[in-house]
Design a protein around this ligand. Structure first.
Ligand code: FE2
Length: 275
């Protein structure tokens, strides 16, 4: 086992600083910006907020596993659904199949350097499960509460691997990730289970997180944070005037099992694709 893999298995995350160039980050940011420019804001009023009850996930969200869809910041919409900000500052994220539906993201999601990183961590024959472009815009980008990704994408015998790619410098000031090192050795706390076009949260373990042990994962632009699917992590709201965009991927090995009651399901004729 190499030192990177050993660190990942011991701590539940590993950081590779500046794996990608400024030009590569700018290309992704430009592609995301163009998607928002072309997006008709009347397409949806679907909000993504982890501080709202999970019951608020709607069919637009639950059907987005093989599509490019847009989710608003909670504070960008008035009670009557009218937009309080220009759409360029009001989208929380785009998901969940940029890696299959958009040429720039499709190519980047299978970047040789990402493949090399996965290989160094001992992973092989991977499938891409989901992709998200997360804006966390200045002054409005919402908080993401403590969670384990395995809650949302349950795979076995191993949890899915998350890749979090910083498109901007991520710092405490603009809402970087925080994690509880070694927290991936603790049990899964809950599962987010799909039932048709509804979903519910099943609590498996009520132990509180040991948040005194949290550390900020500050990284420069172009860095990758690899996240174990059981590692507790969160990010604060971006109250600063600086952007904090990120592109994220989740992957599993082909020989792992993807739960049939995960919220994200692909149609039989459009299954998960290769990394
Ligand atoms: Fe997460």
């Amino acid at each position: 086992m190499n030192s990177q893999q050993a660190f990942f298995e011991e701590h539940g995350y590993v950081i590779v600083e500046k794996l990608f160039s400024d030009a590569e980050c700018s290309e992704l940011a430009g592609a995301a910006s163009k998607l928002v420019n072309d997006f008709d804001p009347n397409e949806t009023r679907s909000i993504f907020s982890t501080t709202e009850p999970d019951g608020k996930r709607d069919a637009y969200f639950l059907d987005s596993g093989d599509k490019i869809r847009f989710f608003w910041e909670k504070d960008a919409l008035a009670d009557d659904g009218s937009l309080l900000l220009p759409k360029e500052r009001a989208i929380n994220k785009i998901g969940h199949a940029l890696h299959d539906r958009h040429p720039t993201f499709a190519q980047f999601s299978r970047h040789p350097q990402l493949k090399e990183l996965a290989a160094q961590l001992g992973l092989k024959d991977l499938l891409l499960l989901q992709s998200m472009y997360i804006f966390k815009h200045p002054e409005i980008g919402g908080k993401v509460v403590w969670h384990q990704d395995q809650t949302y994408l349950f795979t076995s015998p191993n949890p899915a691997i998350g890749l979090w790619i910083a498109i901007d410098d991520a710092t405490v000031e603009n809402g970087c990730l925080w994690a509880i090192p070694k927290g991936h050795k603790e049990p899964l706390r809950s599962r987010f289970i799909r039932e048709g076009l509804k979903q519910r949260t099943e609590v498996l373990n009520e132990s509180p997180w040991n948040i005194q042990a949290k550390i900020p994962l500050e990284v420069p632009r172009g860095s990758v944070i690899v996240l174990h699917g059981l590692l507790p992590h969160m990010s604060e709201a971006n109250l600063s005037k600086k952007p904090r965009q990120a592109y994220t991927l989740h992957l599993m090995q082909k020989d792992w099992h993807y739960a049939k009651d995960n919220w994200l399901q692909r149609p039989e004729d459009n299954p998960f694709t290769n990394f």
